[in-house]
Design a protein around this ligand. Structure first.
Ligand SMILES: Cc1cc2nc3c(=O)[nH]c(=O)nc-3n(C[C@H](O)[C@H](O)[C@H](O)COP(=O)(O)O)c2cc1C
Ligand code: SF4
Ligand code: SF4
Length: 432
């Protein structure tokens, strides 16, 4: 761990599902963790742990070329990242030897081994002792790979079937003493079905999300989706900043689920800043994993992740990550429990406004026609909120290019809290 966090009198060390780590930042199972060379450089940079790139039975998987594509923003910033890569393409023995060597050289770091073998007990029984012999701290079950492996009855083909999740988890708990983290696929209707199955099977924790089924773009000259392999393409797995909202919701869904209560959660999906990480922790995660941000910006981002998180914790008076874990869960509820009497309306700070008119167009064309466009004597325009019409939808604030120019101001209505179940406008109120 870097010196600054110690000076700040915050302890970022965690124990997650019985696995100790000097900080909560782990690299997710992917190319950054596929060999000793990468993992040792990651540890030297300050990562608290890694989940080694998924191992499988020999012969090793064979990959295609090319493998990645991206969903770009207007300034070529990568909003989302897509891959059609399989699990490790190196021999099992090579990986196991390197895992063993790395663990010996870095005993204080968390080293978890990701696994994916055929969905038969014999395959799991055979590989688990070999992984345990490396000295690794735990295993993560890759039940989520959305491409290539499901066609062979593995990855998401297992993760989309709660009975199989429970079965595979139980085999791992039966044939290994290592903590078992079950990595979940987001390509499922109700993520709670998967976490409940993992818990029933005896899982020590769940991690999520793996990648989301995706096609990022199409080459319209060649009429081939990307990434292009010869003259064809296939769907891949989506990750990076764009999937963070999906992942955050799924983490919260599990954290709120009474049937998954007590199951530690490792948050994954679009984490690229300490704020992202803190948000996952607030919604129930006890550790986080990062892949795309490290692939795009390198291992050194962990310095900023640790430093930013530690400074924020000091500013809020948190000493340990466990003090933050789940803090926002109780404030996350079903729609029907929200306060129907709460009212907020938009306010424009005229000093900051550059009169671009974006808020006006958005509200006029698609919301509640609650912004007036007024002509000033000097020929300029002035935009003003029509407070009586504003429903407080946030659209103008979201479209405004000047941060802080439009604020949403809670109103004192004088009315008490009233949920939809209590609301006289609810035709099913009696039933509720
Ligand atoms: C190129 C690439 C390869 C990946 N390979 C694996 C893998 O072998 N096993 C696995 O469990 N997840 C794999 N993943 C998924 C990541 O571990 C992670 O769950 C996902 O990328 C979401 O995190 P992120 O948004 O930080 O990238 C891979 C992701 C990428 C981009
Ligand atoms: S909050 Fe919504 S309704 Fe109110 S002014 Fe803005 S866009 Fe219009
Ligand atoms: S979008 Fe923002 S800056 Fe532009 S007119 Fe509206 S308040 Fe002013």
């Amino acid at each position: 761990m870097k010196a600054p966090t110690r000076q700040l009198d915050v302890d970022l060390a965690i124990e997650f599902a019985g696995i100790r780590s000097p900080n909560p930042f782990w690299l997710a199972s992917a190319p950054p963790t596929d060999k000793a060379y990468n993992v040792e450089r990651a540890f030297a940079a300050g990562w608290g742990g890694v989940v080694w790139k998924t191992l499988g039975e020999d012969p090793p998987a064979v990959n295609v070329s090319s493998r990645y594509s991206a969903h770009f923003g207007h300034n070529r910033d990568v909003l989302g990242f897509n891959n059609i890569e399989l699990i490790t393409d190196r021999p099992l023995e090579t990986n196991l030897r390197e895992i063993s060597e790395v663990k010996q050289r870095w005993p204080d770091r968390a080293l978890i081994v990701s696994l994916m073998v055929p969905c038969v007990e014999e395959s799991w029984r055979a590989i688990l002792p070999r992984v345990e012999a490396t000295g690794a701290d735990g295993i993560e079950l890759n039940l989520g790979c959305p491409h290539g492996m499901p066609e062979r009855g593995m990855g998401a083909a297992v993760g989309q079937n709660p009975d199989l999740i429970e079965q595979v988890t139980r085999w791992c708990k039966t044939h290994s003493r290592l903590p078992v983290i079950v990595k979940l696929t987001p390509n499922i209707t109700d993520i709670r079905a998967a976490s409940r199955a993992a818990k029933l099977g005896g899982a020590d924790a769940v991690s999520l999300i793996n990648t989301v089924n995706s096609i990022t773009s199409v080459d319209l000259d060649r009429m081939i989706a990307r990434p292009i392999v010869g003259h064809q393409s296939t769907h891949g797995g989506y990750c990076g900043a764009a999937v963070k909202p999906i992942a955050l919701n799924m983490v919260a869904e599990i954290a709120r689920d009474p049937q998954s209560a007590g199951l530690p959660i490792c948050g994954i999906g679009g984490i690229s800043s300490w704020q992202d990480a803190a948000e996952f922790v607030a919604l129930g995660a006890g550790a986080v994993q990062v892949c795309t941000a490290a692939m795009l910006h390198g291992f050194r981002i962990v310095e900023e992740l640790q430093d930013g998180l530690a400074r924020w914790m000091v500013s809020k008076g948190y000493r340990r990550l466990a003090d933050v874990t789940g803090r926002a869960v109780d404030n996350t509820t079903d729609w029907k429990h929200l306060d129907m009497n709460f009212q907020t309306i938009a306010h424009i700070d005229q000093q900051q406004c550059i009169q671009c008119g974006r808020c006006y167009i958005a509200c006029e064309d698609t919301s509640h026609q609650s912004i007036a466009k007024l002509a000033e004597e000097d020929g300029t325009r002035r935009y003003e909120i029509i407070e009586a019409a504003c429903v407080g939808c946030n659209l103008c604030q979201i479209t405004c290019p000047v941060e802080g120019c439009i604020s949403m101001v809670p109103q004192s209505t004088g009315k008490p809290f009233m949920s939809w179940d209590e609301d006289p406008r609810n035709p099913f109120r009696e039933l509720a």
